[in-house]
Design a protein. Structure first.
Ligand code: ZN
Ligand code: ZN
Length: 337
């Protein structure tokens, strides 16, 4: 595919899509019914349906019976952990293999013209973005993900929280499943904004931002505190009446979904004509500029709070003006001391 019919490449080799990125036409005033209907299939396909299906399959084939879940036992906990590790290895690894190792589409649709693996970077463990990401993903993110999952399943099995069955209230649970990505976005925006507060940023979130040019293994390359906050979205299913399959869906949405925003490519080519949109540009701009796009645009929190960057020159200018204003404030504060 010719990526220059969809965007431009600058002298450094960085590609950017034409036009502006838009937030989802869900919470807009006045409402945009036509845009909403056009957007709606993208809400489900391909990612949300994939993660919902993976949760259902996981529940049926991997999670043991409720009787077994009633007691913590090394065997079933290890089984869940290993399956999670293999699933992440295969899912993340597929993107890494195709886009970064085989470079099947070279740098077509690639936001940053450089491949992180080509340069050593002392910010990372072993000077390697990949090694750092892989160690943090399997060493910390997956144990934290699995621990939350085990705790949630144990709570359901022992009746510590209400377990609503699909037979009893299918529409209620379907409704919860439908708004789960919106809850994810709100939760993610809140924790993400919080860890951009300077002291927490230095301590926690700077680890994730070492990947200025994100690639698949950057996705869960975070400080363990951030990983815990990130996956804690699933705890909502212990607070509201829900079902363990939905809790697993929430975990899969966080765990597998993270890679989508860190692909580094705008489109994943499928042959010469077809491609899947990654919608990763929003979060790519966050990694590039740090102080814009704290959310992914499903709910326009960034627009409401003045931190939205839609990829245009006007957004650049607004961001610059905000930065100058803050610098002037900081200078004035220093001068007053
Ligand atoms: Zn990120
Ligand atoms: Zn950030």
């Amino acid at each position: 595919m010719d990526d220059l019919t969809f965007g431009k490449r600058n002298k450094r080799g960085d590609w950017a899509p034409d036009g502006r990125i838009e937030t989802a036409p869900v919470f807009t005033l006045p409402p945009k019914p036509l845009a909403f209907l056009k957007w709606l299939p993208h809400y489900f396909l391909p990612w949300n349906v994939l993660f919902a299906a993976s949760a259902v399959a996981y529940w049926h084939f991997i999670v043991p019976e409720a009787e077994v879940l009633k007691t913590f036992h090394f065997a079933w906990i290890l089984r869940l952990f290993l399956v999670n590790c293999v699933a992440v290895f295969l899912f993340y690894g597929a993107f890494e293999l195709r886009l970064y190792i085989l470079r099947a589409q070279d740098n077509r649709f690639k936001y940053n013209g450089k491949f992180p693996g080509d340069n050593k970077n002392p910010a990372f463990l072993f000077n390697s973005q990949n090694a750092d990401g892989i160690i943090r993903t399997f060493g910390m993110a997956l144990p934290i993900w699995t621990a939350l999952e085990v705790g949630i399943l144990y709570a359901y099995a022992n009746g510590l929280v209400p377990w609503v069955s699909f037979a009893a209230k299918p529409w209620y649970l379907f409704g919860i499943a439908l708004v789960m990505p919106i809850f994810h976005e709100a939760h993610f925006f809140a924790i993400h904004r919080l860890i951009h507060w300077a002291p927490l940023y230095r301590w926690i979130h700077s680890v994730h931002h070492n990947s200025v040019n994100p690639s698949p293994w950057s996705s869960l390359s975070m400080h363990p505190v951030e990983q815990l906050l990130y996956f804690s979205a699933a705890l909502i299913h212990l607070i509201i009446p829900s079902n363990p399959i939905l809790a697993i869906y929430q975990l899969h949405y966080s765990g597998f979904g993270a890679v989508v925003g860190h692909l580094g490519f705008d489109k994943i080519e499928l042959g010469a004509e077809a491609a899947i949109d990654s919608h990763a540009y929003t979060h790519y701009l966050h990694h590039k500029f740090f102080e814009v796009n704290y959310g992914d645009g499903l709910v326009p929190f960034d627009k409401w709070l003045g931190t939205w960057h839609d990829g245009t020159k006007e957004s650049d200018a607004r961001m610059q003006a905000r930065y100058e204003k803050r610098k002037a404030r900081a200078n004035a504060a220093t001068a007053a001391k």
